[in-house]
Design a protein around this ligand. Structure first.
Ligand SMILES: Nc1ncnc2c1ncn2[C@@H]1O[C@H](COP(=O)(O)OP(=O)(O)OP(=O)(O)O)[C@@H](O)[C@H]1O
Length: 609
């Protein structure tokens, strides 16, 4: 009964956690992708080509000569009982093996090295490109899917770009060499054996594709488990607060069972590979010895040649097997590179004009004229905003949730381009200036203050990377953050983790103020934190704000009464329109939306004491 309950809960919860597996990971062969990948290898072609030629020579020498030596030793040294000649042949064989071993080790190191450089270049391009992409791109994609492309997909090209390409050429030359030698020795026996090659190749390739697919399914299950774990750990507080632990365990158990089942299937297929390939290989030997013995009897070939043939067959399977593996890797690489290039081809929706000028040092005058904006076609987030802001003025944006406050700020920083109308700073249309010169003159303090892993000092210095320690401390002092920082175990050198878990909300805000002050922008944007903070911190933040805002044009999405009241100009937004504006007193007299919002805040303050 209890089990049934848990099962029912698990199926309910299943509809709550929805994990989208990344797109299918199998693609047909595509020359265009190969060409684009080839471009990444081109800079290294000069380095790698002589090595390939050298390896081909060594490969041919060792792989092709060894069986010939065996045949010679059997047909001459053994037959004639010539010990010296036999010793010479054996030494020769040994020498060839040593050369082969040395050359292989060298090649693996060399190709890995170059392959890693290619991977480095690709990852660099991808990451640099993603840095340029506009917010619209990130709106549509979960961070996980971007991460997978930079790490997993690029890694999956590794095999192809390192040993794969070189092996392919070496294997092809070796196979061709063996075919020529076999046909040269005996056309009939040679042909009979060559016929088995396609069988071997098809079986090996088909089987590998099957095995690979089953591992891919396994990987998607693994990613699901990871995604679920990630979500559960981040949301642990909510889970425990709503006592959902049992349901979570039941859901995880289902996932875990599925994971095990898929692993079993993949592992079974995997272990069947070698026996099946051996059986296919045995067909080749069967033909060889059946037909070979007949030809030896008839005197058409010697025993030495028969043994040499057997060795060549052995040498045959290795490259064919590798080619099968290579083909399978190539299909994965096709799918991965398609995803990677899809990102690289993605153009920023907020593009810089080729003739964009550098925005000169600004005073901070902002004008918005008839701004309309939609995130998605047909859904207006802003419906005609007109605004004139003088340098040094502080503007508070207030309004119900979803009224368009953040959107105004997103447009001012040009994270998105307006659908209609224009935004000018000191008379320059922000679409006509370079993004760097625009954004570097606007400072932003977000509600969800982002603290990077590193020291407190580094986190403040993020505002201006070349700031001296003294400047960092002066900024911290100005925003009243110094006192709590020196109280930390290592003061300014205290290491904080990503998102700043060791710091309180108020402390994080003060650090972000110091960061913004250090950057010293003429325009400052502030998305105020909504969380209630104790009166002492609130006072500190108000004082810090005064310092921060002095002499700057500022836009604040304001939630606190104290902040709103002190603003020079208050804009009340509703459904993407400015419905009321003026200073606090004037708006209170109007008794409109603003009055309602302030009354609600007073009531809340009174109720919460
Ligand atoms: N990235 C986005 N993609 C699509 N629609 C969006 C996006 N961001 C906001 N919107 C929509 O645009 C409208 C305005 O949103 P905006 O974030 O500007 O509101 P807001 O006033 O800042 O709200 P809040 O006070 O809750 O932060 C809302 O209807 C919202 O659903």
């Amino acid at each position: 009964m209890k089990q049934d309950k848990v099962q029912a809960a698990a199926s309910q919860i299943e509809s709550r956690f929805v994990y989208q597996d990344d797109e299918e990971l199998d693609k047909g062969f595509d020359w265009n992708q190969m060409k684009r990948l080839g471009k990444y290898m081109r800079p290294y072609a000069k380095q790698i080509l002589p090595m390939i030629l050298f390896m081909m020579a060594v490969g041919a020498l060792t792989k092709l000569l060894n069986p010939l030596l065996i045949a010679y030793a059997i047909d001459h040294a053994l037959k004639e009982g010539d010990g010296k000649l036999l010793a010479l042949c054996v030494t020769g064989m040994l020498g060839l093996y040593v050369i082969q071993w040395g050359a292989n080790s060298f090649r693996i190191r060399y190709t890995n090295n170059i392959g890693q450089k290619v991977i480095y270049d690709l990852r660099h391009d991808l990451f640099s490109h993603i840095q340029q992409l506009s917010f619209r791109f990130f709106d549509k994609r979960p961070a996980g899917s971007i991460l997978v492309r930079i790490t997993n997909y690029v890694n999956s090209l590794q095999d192809l770009l390192t040993n794969g390409a070189v092996n392919l050429m070496i294997d092809c030359v070796q196979l061709a060499g063996i075919v020529v030698i076999l046909l040269f020795f005996n056309v009939k026996l040679g042909m009979a054996i060559i016929i088995t090659v396609p069988i071997m190749f098809i079986v090996s390739t088909k089987l590998r594709v099957k095995i690979r697919r089953s591992w891919q399914v396994f990987q998607t299950r693994q990613s699901r488990i990871n995604a679920h774990l990630n979500e559960c750990i981040s949301g642990m507080k909510v889970t425990q607060a709503f006592t959902q632990e049992k349901e979570n365990i039941a859901f995880f158990d289902e996932m875990n069972k599925d994971h095990l089942r898929i692993w079993n299937r993949a592992a079974t297929l995997n272990t069947s590979f070698n026996p099946i390939i051996e059986v296919t290989g045995a067909i080749g030997y069967f033909i060889l010895f059946l037909l070979g013995a007949l030809l030896v009897q008839r005197g058409e070939i010697t025993v030495g040649v028969l043994v040499a043939f057997a060795t060549y067959i052995g040498n045959f399977w290795e490259p064919i097997n590798r080619l099968g593996q290579m083909y399978s890797n190539m299909l994965v690489a096709m799918a991965s590179s398609e995803r990677i290039f899809e990102f690289i081809d993605e153009q920023p929706t907020v593009a810089e004009k080729p003739e964009a000028e550098v925005l000169p040092q600004i005073q901070g005058r902002v004008s918005m004229e008839g701004i309309q904006f939609e995130y998605e076609p047909g859904r207006h987030a802003l419906k005609g905003i007109d605004l004139e802001v003088e340098p040094g003025q502080s503007i508070a944006l207030v309004g119900h949730t979803g009224s368009g406050k953040s959107t105004i700020i997103n447009l001012l920083c040009r994270f998105y381009d307006v659908t209609e109308g224009s935004i000018k700073i000191d008379g320059h249309d922000i679409r006509d200036v370079t993004l760097h010169s625009l954004r570097s003159q606007i400072g932003i303090v977000l509600q969800d203050t982002f603290i990077f892993s590193g020291s407190i000092r580094d986190n403040i210095r993020f505002g201006r990377l070349n700031a001296t320690d003294a400047e960092v401390e002066a900024a911290a002092k100005a925003v009243r953050a110094h006192d709590f920082i020196v109280g930390l175990p290592q003061g300014y050198d205290t290491e904080v983790q990503e998102r700043g878990n060791v710091l309180s909300m108020g402390q994080r805000q003060l650090i972000s103020f110091a960061r913004a002050l250090l950057a010293d922008p003429r325009i400052l944007i502030l998305d105020e934190a909504t969380a209630s903070i104790d009166t002492e911190t609130e006072l500190k933040i108000q004082e810090a704000l005064k310092t921060l805002l002095a002499g700057r044009t500022s836009f604040m999405i304001a939630h606190r009464l104290s902040t709103i009241r002190h603003a020079d100009h208050i804009l009340v937004l509703d459904h993407g329109r400015i419905v009321e504006q003026g200073d606090h007193e004037a708006l209170m007299r109007e008794r409109g939306i603003y009055h309602g919002l302030i009354q609600a805040q007073y009531r809340l303050l009174q109720e919460t004491g």
